[in-house]
Design a protein. Sequence first.
Length: 508
Amino acid sequence: MKRFDSALALLLFIASFVLYVRTLAPSLLFDDSAEFQTIAYTLGIGHPTGYPVYVLLAKLFTVLPVGDIAYRVNLFSAFCAAVSVGTVFLILRKLGARYTAAVYGALVLALLPLLWKYASIAEVYAPAAACLALILLFVLQWKETSHPRWLFLAGLFGGLSLGIHTTVALSGLAILLYLALSTHQWADWRQASLGALAGVGIFLASFLFLDTINSSAGYYNAVVRPSLSVWGMTPTDFDSPLERLAFLYFPPQFKGQFFSVSSDEVKTRLTDFATESSWNLWLALLGFGSMFIPRKTSLARWREAALLIVAFLTFLTFAVTYNVFDFNSYYIPAMVVLVNFVGLGVNAILEVIALIPKIPQLVLSGIGILIVIAGIYPSLDTLTSQWEERTPPGLEDWESYSFQFPDERRLEAESVVNRLEENAIVFTDWEHVYDFYYVAHVLQGHIDTDFHETFPQDGVTQFADSAVAYIEANIDTRPIYFSERPSQLASRYKITRAGSGLFRIERK
């Protein structure tokens, strides 16, 4: 890589990282984010698909001497999002884009509200974006240099992605096609395969490491074991690492959600995606078309066009057909690919202008800078307001709460946890379970206190038979509480009000 390219990529990384840190969530969040903030410190397995590689990488950030533990895990997202921005610049340079066009594509990604939002909280989507961008960069670097070691690195990150976010692995189809079109050398395929095997090996080792630790704050304990009967399972169905791995990567609670969106809903999602992409979509179409036109300095890049378009369509198809409420978060890998077409669209415009006889290079560079300014100008109001408010764009009211009142989640959890016995058991909802874990296990070190999701299967509000058995095994030795009145258990146990709105159950 050219030194100047690396320097500009570093500058873009720093600028976007500063922006994301400025709008970073200050402390403890809720739901999945609170889970990641907790298990990154306690080294627990997360909800499906477990995210073991993510947990170990985020753990490194928990030792930084800034903010609290929750803030440090948020910071990991900001770092990864900034890496993806700098990497997209390098990808565009590999694709032959001029500097201004490559900067434009990187800035479009940096200011993308969806990525910006997830760069500011503890989540897996920014690390997944960085992983995908690096895979694409390594593949293109291999094509440029013919050194198979770059394919090893691409395969390595592909394997590791299984422990970060499995959607990244969907890029494998596009990369296999690209390799089939670009090489017949056994050494290339061998290095790519060895890298993938190494990545999968590290992923599995990471899983086994966390599985052996078996953190009491992990998903196993918080959700699965007390409620195994909800999924028609017994303890013997969950007593080996292989069975637990299968549960995480083929989760029974998510059956029926893949490719189960109605055709009308798919059309609506595609329309909304195109609308949100606005006029950058036209630049992307122009950029895609330009890849089939030979240039003075290089041949047509139709193989690279195939790589990117297949990857984009794969990610987009998955996002619009996945039946979950936060499906739009799965647009992020598609956008990581799309912004490369956007940058190439700007480059195509500059290439046409460059055909003007005797146009000075300085003028051409100036026009490129003006295009960048014009393209980014509509985002300046948002950039200024979000910078002043210290919040990312696109937050719902319930999401902005943790930015406006950064101590509230912790204080609310403390108001409950501080009144509990150290060996207490609490059944609650997913929104609060990891706030309680964070306070009890991370802040207070009370690792004998357990918190469980009451109803872990969507649409099922019947208390699990295995959870009743779990209560029976512990009620004589440990105090057991519920955050909502457990009316289903009224015939079996005495229910009384306890502190902070909890309900305690005892034998009659």
